[in-house]
Design a protein around this ligand. Structure first.
Ligand code: SAH
Length: 257
């Protein structure tokens, strides 16, 4: 038999933040491979007791692919459970290529990205009328070189919201490059460690003090860094309400006359 391999977004951590479709696939799966270091094991509560569950924490990419190829010969539904949304920093293309080559059908199920979960945990919005209408998902370059035109400083210079993944261990470099890009030392920063996990931590600060806060709180992994002109706006008096709610703004479904 040839089964189908599903790349399922587990969401950020809380087991009830997986999608209904994702939870249904876990319940149908004959085999599930998850990343123990990143995916909360509580999400596996949606699997059946007879399902084969394995942790890929110590597996190389080729071993993950071999596991998925092998299990797809034996089960109709095989799940690769990914943290957050599988399409962001999830190596799905690399993992799917050999499956495609072997003629094994592949599907992707969206998940709640940690970028969204971090904003929600902090009670913040990533866009706000007249402050910022653009969100950039990015990271500091390290082992993964940044493609031409995507240097962190050039992206940060836009001044819009930045959701910065995979970079908390280099928070000092993040701060230095934000300053270099023109952000003020007093600009607000939010850091969310393990968003929606029981031990979630939300830090609020400025570029001046956020690195020291991270060190004091021992946060050097699994955290999302958000900088945005919209941070804290909810707590400031505002005369900028969304034009969507402005009676003079012509809308597609409601005439203003
Ligand atoms: N596909 C995932 C991202 C995987 S890359 C997503 O959509 O969220 C791993 C990085 O994601 C981590 O370095 C961290 O920056 C972020 N991350 C993943 N889970 C997180 C969580 N629960 N809280 C905060 N950041 C998280």
């Amino acid at each position: 038999m040839t089964g189908k391999v599903w790349f399922v977004g587990a969401g950020p951590g809380a087991p009830d933040l997986i999608t209904v479709r994702g939870a249904r696939l876990l319940a149908e799966a004959g085999a599930i491979l998850y990343t123990g270091s990143l995916v909360a094991e509580t999400v596996l509560q949606w699997a059946t007791p007879q399902c084969e569950i394995a942790d890929s924490k110590t597996m190389a990419l080729a071993e993950v692919t071999a596991w998925l190829l092998d299990r797809a010969q034996r089960h109709a539904v095989v799940v690769r459970l990914q943290t957050g949304d599988p399409t962001l920093y999830g190596v799905v293309a690399e993992l799917a290529r050999p499956l495609d080559a072997a003629g094994i059908p592949v599907g992707i199920v969206s998940g709640v990205s940690s970028a969204m979960a971090a904003a929600a945990a902090a009670g913040e919005c990533l866009t706000l009328p007249e402050l910022t209408q653009t969100v950039i998902f990015t990271r500091l370059s390290e082992r993964t070189a940044m493609p031409a035109g995507e240097s962190f400083v050039s992206l940060a210079a836009h001044g819009c919201t930045l959701c910065i993944f995979l970079s908390i261990e280099r928070i000092e470099a993040v701060v230095a490059q934000l300053l270099e890009a023109g952000w003020a030392a007093t600009a607000a920063v939010v850091i969310v460690h393990k968003a929606t996990w029981p031990d979630e931590v939300v830090l609020r600060g400025t570029l001046n003090d956020i690195a020291a806060q991270c060190r004091a709180a021992n946060i050097d992994r699994q955290a999302l860094i958000v900088v945005s002109p919209a941070l804290g706006a909810r707590f400031r008096p505002s005369n900028t309400t969304s034009k969507l709610y402005d009676a003079a703004f012509p809308r597609r479904f409601r005439s203003t006359t």
